[in-house]
Design a protein around this ligand. Structure first.
Ligand code: FE2
Length: 369
C-alpha cells in the first residue's frame, strides 16, 4: 500500500448549530457568551427555507441556523436531537481533493463539491458524515470576500443593536468532543485516522475516568498539524448510568458533547460570563484544599479560582485551567468548556473524577443517574 496522500486541513472554519429559533439563540450567544452577531441570511436576503446568523468572537465562528418551513430537509433533526451541533466545518486548501480523497478512503459523502458564486466571489464546500447525524464540511473561502457565504449579508444594526454584555475574551476553539454509542469509539477513531489522516494523541480508559457510579472511555485524535483536536467518548459499564449514556439517550444518538473555547485570562473570562448569567458546574470547595500540592506552583490566586470554581491540572509540559458550563439547552446534551493553557496540552485528566462527580449530582437532580 502506498503512503496515503495528505488531506490538507487548515483549521476549524466554523461550527454550525441547528436550532429551533436561531434569532433567539443568537441573542443568547451574544448576551451570555459575548459573541458579536456579524451576518444574517433569511427571507430578506432571498434565502427562502432557512434563517442563519453568523457569530464571531476572536477566531471563533458559530453559525446558528433554523428551518423556516416544515419541509426543510433538516427539520426533523430538531425533534430527534433538539438544538445542537450539526456540522464542524474544516477549511482546506482544495475542497474537491479533500472530498474525493475522504470518500475514496471510506467517508460517507453527504454533499459533493459545490461552488456557490455571488458578487463577492466563489465559496466552495463539500460535506461528509462525521458521527451520528453530525457532518464535516470542507470549506475554501480563498476566493470569497463577502460577509460569510453567498446568501449571507453583514448584519443590519436594526436587527441587532449594539450589545451591552460583558466581553468574554474568548479566542479560539481548543477542541470539540464527540460522544458515541457504547462500543463505537475505536471505529470512529480509526475513521479519523484512515479517512482524514488524523493521529491519535492519548487515550483514557474506565480506570482513568470512573467514579463510584459511572465510567467512560475517551481517545483524542488530532489533525491539521495539531490545530484540530477531537476527543471521542464512549460510555463504559459502571454501577449506574454514565453521563455519556445520558447524552446519547437525550440526543438520540452520537453527537457533539462539548466545545472547548480558549482564553488567555480565564479568571477575567469566567467573571464576565458569570456576570452575563452563564451557569457553570461547581466542584466541592475541598477540591481547592490540596490543589497546590497536586499541581505545584501556578500564577493564579487559588482563592480566586475557588471562588469562581475554576479547575487546574498539570502534566509534563505545564498546567492548564478549565471550567465547564451546564448544558445550554433543556436536554442534558451540549455544553461548553472554557480553557486556558500554560504549556499543558492535556485535557484535564486529573480533574475527571471531581468533575464527573459534579455532573452526577446534576444527573441525580434530573433523575437520570
Ligand atoms: Fe474538554
Amino acid at each position: 500500500m502506498t503512503a496515503p496522500r495528505d488531506i490538507p486541513l487548515r483549521k476549524i472554519d466554523h461550527v454550525r448549530f441547528f436550532v429551533g429559533n436561531a434569532r433567539q439563540s443568537a441573542f443568547f450567544y451574544r448576551n451570555a457568551y459575548g459573541f458579536e452577531v456579524v451576518a444574517y441570511a433569511g427571507l430578506e436576503t432571498k434565502v427562502r427555507n432557512e434563517a442563519g446568523y453568523v457569530l464571531r468572537q476572536g477566531g471563533i465562528t458559530f453559525v446558528l441556523q433554523s428551518p423556516l418551513r416544515p419541509n426543510h430537509p433538516e427539520a426533523s433533526r430538531l425533534i430527534l436531537h433538539g438544538d445542537g451541533v450539526a456540522d464542524i466545518a474544516l477549511s482546506v486548501d482544495d475542497v474537491r481533493l479533500a472530498y474525493n480523497l475522504a470518500v475514496e478512503r471510506g467517508a460517507v459523502g453527504v454533499v459533493g463539491p459545490k461552488a456557490l458564486e455571488d458578487e463577492h466571489g466563489v465559496y466552495e464546500y463539500a460535506t461528509i458524515r462525521a458521527y451520528g447525524d453530525t457532518t464535516h464540511t470542507f470549506v475554501n473561502r480563498d476566493r470569497y470576500h463577502g460577509a460569510f457565504a453567498p446568501g449571507y449579508v453583514a448584519i443590519d444594526p436594526e436587527r441587532y443593536s449594539p450589545a451591552t454584555y460583558h466581553p468574554a475574551g474568548l479566542l479560539a476553539i481548543d477542541h470539540i468532543v464527540g460522544n458515541v454509542e457504547e462500543g463505537r469509539m475505536n471505529e470512529r477513531v480509526d475513521i479519523y485516522r484512515t479517512v482524514l489522516g488524523f493521529e491519535q494523541l492519548v487515550s483514557f480508559d474506565d480506570k482513568d475516568i470512573s467514579t463510584e457510579y459511572s465510567a467512560l472511555m475517551s481517545k483524542v485524535v488530532q489533525g491539521g498539524a495539531g490545530r484540530i483536536k477531537f476527543p471521542i467518548n464512549e460510555p463504559a459499564r459502571g454501577r449506574r448510568r454514565s453521563q455519556i449514556d445520558e447524552y446519547v439517550d437525550f440526543y438520540g444518538g452520537a453527537g457533539v458533547q462539548h466545545i472547548a473555547l480558549a482564553t488567555n485570562d480565564i479568571v477575567k473570562t469566567v467573571r464576565a460570563l458569570r456576570a452575563n448569567d452563564v451557569s457553570f458546574l461547581r466542584v466541592p470547595r475541598t477540591y481547592y484544599d490540596s490543589l497546590l500540592d497536586r499541581v505545584g506552583p501556578i500564577k493564579e490566586d487559588v482563592a480566586e479560582l475557588a471562588d469562581l470554581g475554576i479547575l487546574v491540572d498539570r502534566d509534563d509540559e505545564g498546567y492548564m485551567l478549565q471550567i465547564f458550563t451546564k448544558p445550554v439547552q433543556d436536554r442534558p446534551t451540549l455544553f461548553f468548556e472554557i480553557i486556558e493553557r500554560h504549556g499543558s496540552k492535556s485535557f484535564g485528566k486529573g480533574n475527571f473524577k471531581a468533575l464527573f462527580e459534579a455532573i452526577e449530582r446534576e444527573q441525580s437532580l434530573r433523575g437520570t443517574l
